[in-house]
Design a protein around this ligand. Structure first.
Ligand code: TXA
Ligand code: MG
Length: 311
């Protein structure tokens, strides 16, 4: 407890000085900075090598703070009551007098907001008087980090501090829902579409092949270990890493199980960890067994499809 207090203090010290630090969340680790500071948020883009036009998610611990920056509506309140804090990001209209840096929104009039669930991160957010802009703490297009060690691998000494909150329990980014017009899913993630639909009591748009992708960061190669990935494979090539979700009778030292009994939530949790492990073992190609396109399988397939665009 005392130890936690001192690492929260240390995090606050660096954030107050407009530095970027790594922070844990239940989805993935974030690269965080003061969302009200142009200077601090510019550093995030530089460190991640992120295109300026790709806006950032802002993390809050209280509705009261969020209301200073955004206009809320009834759909927001329904989803907030049901899922927050938790793995969901909501897109709202920005208030005219909000102090959010223009870097965060790419000068647009909407803001992506999230209430992360890790206790230590909630405590940190409560100890500061500004919200935290935090994209996933990886270099753009690469695999998202789910431990302090992963963040270190991405940025090394380029960041001053990483707040350790243990492994991210969900292991996959938040689901993004736009509430600007009719509710629309912009990214699959930690909460299934069916649950969101049920809470809103209405239809919700989701078109994975939509060319007018409303989440600017969702269009290209992404979540990639920098290795060729082949999907829906029954038998892998000899020297290929093989990602599986169903226990096989035979054993292969190139076999990597996300789950052994098709538990798709467990598989989602293990996806990034497994991709990182395969990369460290220097495999030159990855084959993935067919993953059912339902529940968390949809989010896994979304990430693997984007990762497989790497040539
Ligand atoms: O689980 C998560 O959401 C993690 C943790 C750290 O909170 N964060 C995360 O951030 O995944 P990032 O930056 O890697 O992905 C955010 C996505 C990007 O695709 C970005 O384009 C989209 O959210 N986004 C941000 N602001 C937006 C906005 N105003 N309208 C539409 N999409 C937005
Ligand atoms: Mg990301």
């Amino acid at each position: 407890m005392k130890n936690n207090l001192s690492i929260i203090k240390k995090s606050k010290y660096f954030l107050d000085k407009n530095e970027c630090i790594g922070i844990p969340t239940e989805t993935v680790y974030g690269l965080a900075a003061n969302a009200y500071s142009d200077f601090a948020t510019a550093k995030i883009f530089k460190l991640k090598r992120r295109p300026k036009k790709n806006p950032l998610i802002v993390h809050y611990a209280s509705l009261q703070m969020l209301k200073k920056d955004c206009k809320i509506n009834s759909n927001f309140l329904k989803l907030f009551k049901k899922f927050c804090p938790g793995p969901i990001t909501l897109i709202l209209k920005l208030k005219k007098n909000s102090k959010i840096s223009k870097n965060v929104t790419n000068n647009k009039k909407t803001l992506a907001v999230r209430f992360p669930k890790k206790d230590i991160t909630i405590k940190l957010l409560r100890s500061i008087n500004y919200p935290l802009a935090a994209p996933s703490a990886n270099i753009s297009t690469k695999i998202s980090p789910i431990t302090k060690g992963d963040v270190k691998e991405e940025f090394g000494k380029k960041i001053k501090f990483i707040l350790d909150g243990g492994r991210s329990e969900i292991g996959l980014e938040s689901t993004i829902v736009s509430l600007i017009n009719k509710p629309k899913i912009l990214r699959l993630g930690g909460i299934e579409i069916s649950k969101i639909k049920k809470t809103l009591g209405s239809k919700i748009e989701y078109s994975p092949k939509d060319k007018n992708i409303a989440s600017p960061g969702q269009g290209k190669v992404h979540y990639s270990p920098g290795i060729r990935i082949r999907l829906n494979i029954k038998i892998p090539k000899k020297d290929e890493a093989f990602i599986l979700i169903k226990k096989r009778k035979n054993y292969g030292k190139n076999y990597f199980y996300l789950t052994k009994n098709e538990n798709l939530k467990e598989a989602a949790k293990n996806l990034y960890k497994t991709l990182r492990m395969i990369k460290k073992k220097n495999f030159k190609s990855i084959a993935v067994e067919k993953i059912p396109d339902k529940s968390f399988g949809q989010a896994i397939n979304d990430r693997l499809n984007r990762a497989s665009k790497f040539q």
